[in-house]
Design a binder for this molecule. Sequence first.
Ligand SMILES: [Zn+2]
Length: 89
Amino acid sequence: MPCHWTKDGDGNPVMIPECYGGANDPEHCTCNIAGSELDKLREELREAYERIERMRLATHRQNERYLQVFNANRNLRARIAELEAQPAQ
Ligand SMILES: [Zn+2]
């Protein structure tokens, strides 16, 4: 049986080595099967990092928007206080 991937009890991918290269490092497997699985996992990892980056940017934009609304509300409250302090006409 060539090197192959399985999951541990926590669902993390674990390589079961069957060749000398794979025993040292999954990237050095010479079975030519684990490599494709490793490439697939690398692609999934790359996509996950892209998702994280998109979520980070979205969070940043939300924070910017929140700050704009917060400042607008603060200015409105200050203007209301000014108007309420004026004597009635
Ligand atoms: Zn191998």
